[in-house]
Design a protein around this ligand. Structure first.
Ligand code: ATP
Length: 366
């Protein structure tokens, strides 16, 4: 186990600021996921942790020791890649033994370690086979076994499940989480899949364009996104985002969605927060599960709308409903019998929405 500290970490490739001033602390035994779209700098950060890339500037510390100059082999890390990177001509046993043979460890000790590590991963009976004689999921387990057998202080995963089909991915997600929990090895896991991040992580670091957007628990990332990027990136279907205006009329506060569609803020605490915002034009975000559909007007914050299209998912339905010029996506397990173009009402939540700054994207309510 080890704690990790990144201080003002930067990696530039010529003009490309792949990682741009990232600072974060990872606790002993924590499972941290680096999440973000392609090209956001998450893999570059992971490769700096591994020692494969040297930072342009900044510091990497493992247990308070600066490791910037420590070569990969001396960092006590285990790495699991998307491609598995198994040697095709070796048996699984030989593949897993490889890093220990390289350290010139006695054969009987290697054997015991391999038996121990493969028992947990359910591949103990396959060890005589070659990589092309087992499934993708099993290959991924062998890659994990090879990383674990070195008894690393830190485990680094680079999109390890992207080559697997959806069912196996979901299964392996839970397996890796359980294994990490049982072993308690500090782990950093890179993915662009927000479901993987939400389900597996103790904390998620969301990256965009080389910058750290938010580093927080999955719950806070979902419920208290610091900015519009995090709000949009996490959650399926993603948050409804629209330009609105704050209207202050005789001590009443409204969010003007468009002409004649005024959503009144009634919650006192929320009113106080909105009163402090000193711009009028802002961006509103509402999660698809926070808008209610009804056949009758429920209150002054229910707005007449039209059914645009329905997307059934089996257990739930995504309702696409047009209110004025905006189409809202609403998810519900309620099976309303709706026809296209039918009139319904959308009721907005009292507090379950966000307001973001139009320029900086910053959440103005936190
Ligand atoms: P992906 O999920 O596609 O791997 P990522 O978030 O991991 O994306 P990085 O691989 O860290 O992104 O890349 C961040 C940026 O740095 C990108 O713009 C990428 O093109 C650039 N980059 C990465 N590696 C190099 C390199 N060796 N040389 C030049 N530019 C690079």
């Amino acid at each position: 186990m080890a704690k990790i500290e990144l201080k003002n970490l930067k990696k530039y490739f010529g003009n490309v600021k792949a990682v741009d001033d990232v600072s974060l602390n990872i606790n002993d035994g924590e499972f941290v996921v680096f999440l973000g779209p392609s090209g956001c700098g998450k893999t570059t950060t992971l490769l700096m942790l591994a020692g494969i890339y040297k930072p342009t500037s900044g510091e990497i510390l493992f247990d308070d020791q600066l490791v910037n100059e420590v070569p990969p082999k001396d960092r006590e890390i285990g790495m699991v890649f998307q491609s598995y990177a198994l040697y095709p001509h070796m048996t699984l046993y030989e593949n897993i033994a490889f890093p220990l043979l390289a350290k010139k460890m006695p054969k009987d000790i290697i054997d015991k370690k391999i038996r121990d590590v493969t028992k947990n991963l359910d591949i103990g009976k396959l060890l005589d086979r070659k990589p092309n004689q087992i499934s993708g999921g099993q290959q991924q387990r062998v890659a994990i076994a090879r990383a674990l057998v070195k008894e690393p202080k830190i485990l680094l995963f680079d999109e390890p499940l992207s080559n697997l089909d959806a069912a196996l991915r979901a299964y392996m997600r839970a397996e890796i989480k359980k294994l990490q929990h049982d072993l308690g090895i500090t782990s950093v896991y890179v993915t662009h899949d927000q479901v993987e991040a939400m389900t597996m992580a103790d904390r998620i670091a969301v990256f965009n364009k080389g910058k750290l957007m938010q580093f927080d628990t999955p719950n806070n990332i979902y419920n208290e996104p610091k900015n519009v990027f995090v709000a949009k990136f996490v959650g399926t279907p993603s948050m409804n985002i629209l330009d609105v205006e704050i209207e202050n009329l005789h001590n009443r506060i409204f969010i003007k969605i468009e002409k004649d569609i005024l959503f009144e803020i009634e919650d006192e605490n929320m009113k106080n927060k909105i009163e402090k915002i000193n711009t009028k034009k802002v961006v509103m975000g509402i999660r698809p599960e926070d808008i209610k559909i009804s056949f009758k007007k429920e209150n002054n914050n229910s707005f007449r709308s039209k059914v645009y299209i329905l997307e059934p998912l089996g257990r739930e339905i995504i309702y696409n409903i047009k209110l004025g010029n905006n189409i809202f996506r609403i998810i519900s397990d309620e099976k309303y019998d709706l026809k296209l173009e039918e009139t319904v009402y959308l009721t907005f939540p009292k507090i379950g929405f966000h307001l973001f700054d139009k320029e900086s994207g910053k959440n103005l309510l936190f």
